[in-house]
Design a binder for this molecule. Structure first.
Ligand code: CP
Ligand code: NVA
Length: 301
């Protein structure tokens, strides 16, 4: 493993190894206190963040490394100088780059023109660290991850894409339920189906909210992702049947609710589900750090 740009680059064994390592680091943090001794990681963010920024910063510190946060105020990526020059300069000092960008192409360029590992901290296409943390969370509740039946409801976005790749590669079952016109990109779905047939996963996409029945966990995300100028009023009615509420959870027969956060309470999910017994949101948030630390330890080993 040279970079983590997308889940699709990983084999089933690599994914399982990352989940196992994340569990080990979570259980025995002291053993990894020096794993990143002397290493410096630059975190480059074009978009806001709470969980990703804090979990990387604190996680890197717990591994003995040092990190530096770069926002866009001291020269936006690709504006003051090219992404290629940015990447080659950062590689002179940093041992790895964590980047959250608008365009996935920017992350690919950082990997192409830099000489150090690049970790995707969210792009318009993917959110691999999120999906890793989410499947780590599921693995803490299900002995065999391939037994999991996950339903994703709402907008087909970067989070959906990474979750689909994970489900396909891990041999799990995932149903993606989106309003018409809001499905994940066709080529992503085609790649996911190819991986699912290779690894024994099952990924089904539909607009029929009735397909929610018979799932273990229901996952949703914002209906409007960062950088999308669509006003909520424009899509609200179309998305309303896809809101995760008590009725939908009951219909699904699901014990668990998942959300990558930030959530829009009363929009894509109700308070009673967010704060309900089966809500895994804080476990997911905590696991961001353990999953990312497993990625860092693997990239540096
Ligand atoms: N889930 C997630 O990536 O949260 P942030 O946008 O706060 O980093
Ligand atoms: N799909 C969301 C995820 C936020 C963590 C976005 O891209 O804004």
């Amino acid at each position: 493993m040279k970079h983590l740009l997308s889940i699709k680059e990983l084999t089933q064994q690599q994914l399982l190894d990352l989940i196992t390592l994340a569990k080990t680091i979570k259980a025995n943090p002291a053993e990894y206190r020096h794993a990143l001794d002397g290493k410096s990681v630059v975190m480059l963010f074009e978009k806001p963040s709470l969980r990703t920024r804090v979990s990387f910063d604190i996680g890197i510190n717990k591994l003995g490394g040092h990190c530096l946060y770069l926002d866009q105020q001291n020269g936006a990526l690709g504006k003051r100088e090219s992404v290629a020059d940015f990447a080659s300069n950062l590689s002179c000092w940093a041992d790895a780059i964590v980047a959250r960008t608008f365009s996935h192409t920017t992350i690919e360029q950082l990997a192409e023109f830099g000489t150090v590992p690049v970790i995707n901290a969210l792009s318009d296409l993917y959110h691999p660290c999120q999906a890793l943390a989410d499947f780590l969370t599921l693995a803490e509740h299900f002995e065999n991850i391939s037994d999991v039946k996950l339903a994703y409801v709402g907008d087909g976005n970067n989070v959906t894409n990474s979750l689909m790749y994970c489900a396909a590669i891990l041999g799990a079952t995932m149903t993606v339920i989106c309003p018409a016109g809001h499905f994940p990109d066709g080529y992503v779905v085609a790649e996911v189906q190819e991986l699912a047939s290779r690894y024994g996963g099952k990924v089904v996409l539909t607009s029929d909210i009735g397909a929610i029945e018979g799932h273990d966990a229901i996952y949703t995300d914002t209906w409007i992702s960062m950088g999308d100028p669509t006003p909520l009023a424009e899509i609200k009615d179309k998305f309303a049947p896809y809101q995760v509420n008590k009725g939908l959870m009951a219909k699904a027969g699901a014990h668990f609710f998942m959300h990558c956060l930030p959530a829009h309470r009363g929009v894509e999910v109700t308070d009673e589900v967010m704060d309900g017994e089966g809500s895994l949101i804080l476990q997911q948030a905590e696991n961001r750090m353990h999953a990312q630390n497993a990625v860092l330890v693997t990239l540096f080993s």
